[in-house]
Design a protein around this ligand. Structure first.
Ligand code: MN
Length: 240
């Protein structure tokens, strides 16, 4: 059976080995898929391709095993692992796609992205994002030692946790106007993304077109997978 799979927000971390194991099991079951798309935040953090990736070796090997078996694996950066680069891509043989990519999903042009750029009501985050992604910050950052970068990553995670707790729920969700704008820019009626950890299928109508936006969930308590075949799209829960 033809099928294409999508996941995001696994937040793999050595502190959650059962999630790493669940992801490896899931990858083992993907060998008949046409493709697997990982839409960002595969890792809880990634400090550069020299990241020691402690406790994550099995997951990285399982991605490599899947690509070796002939299943293409695609990756889009998330806000936690935007420093994943060429070395990781070579190691796993997964292809890194631009942050907004339109794929042909069994005949339907479908926009895929991580989703953080849709949360435009969170002005503080968007400001941080444009700084963090600029080469002026990234280059000197990558020159720091692994130890120094791990320390910065730890600090950022703590800061993000506090900030998230103090932000209103709606600020951390997507902005509907931004969603419509980006879908119109790419001339698509289907969008798949993650980031908000609010798995759902949304539909809305704009100038007599029906638009569909599918949101993947995270892998904290259970896994979230979108399984697409030529005639169906289904958000599934994977027990961990
Ligand atoms: Mn994210």
């Amino acid at each position: 059976m033809s099928q294409t799979l999508f996941v995001s927000d696994l937040h793999l971390d050595q502190k959650r080995p059962h999630i790493v194991a669940a992801f490896c099991r899931f990858l083992g079951e993907c060998s008949s898929a046409d493709a697997l798309y990982i839409l960002g935040d595969l890792f809880e953090y990634w400090i550069g391709d020299d990241d020691p990736a402690e406790g994550l070796e099995l997951a990285i090997q399982a991605i490599r095993d899947l690509t070796n078996s002939g299943v293409p694996v695609y990756f889009i950066h998330g806000n936690r692992d935007f420093l994943i680069g060429k070395r990781f891509s070579k190691q796993t043989q997964c292809k890194i796609l631009p942050e907004e990519t339109v794929i042909d999903l069994y005949g339907t042009p479908t926009l895929i992205m991580h989703g953080d750029t849709l949360c435009t009501d969170d002005i503080a985050y968007q400001k941080y994002r444009s700084k963090a992604r600029s080469p002026w910050i990234q280059k000197p950052l990558l020159m720091l030692s692994v130890k120094q970068r791990l320390k910065i990553a730890e600090g950022l995670r703590k800061k993000s946790k506090t900030a998230t707790q103090n932000k209103a729920e709606n600020i951390m969700d997507v902005n509907q106007y931004t969603v419509e704008r980006v879908m119109q820019k790419h001339n698509v009626v289907h969008l798949i993304h993650g980031h908000t950890h609010r798995p759902a299928e949304h539909e809305f109508i704009q100038s007599s077109h029906t638009y569909k936006r599918i949101v993947l969930g995270d892998w904290y308590e259970q896994g979230s997978v979108l399984r697409c075949t030529p005639d169906s799209m289904k958000l599934e829960i994977i027990s961990t």
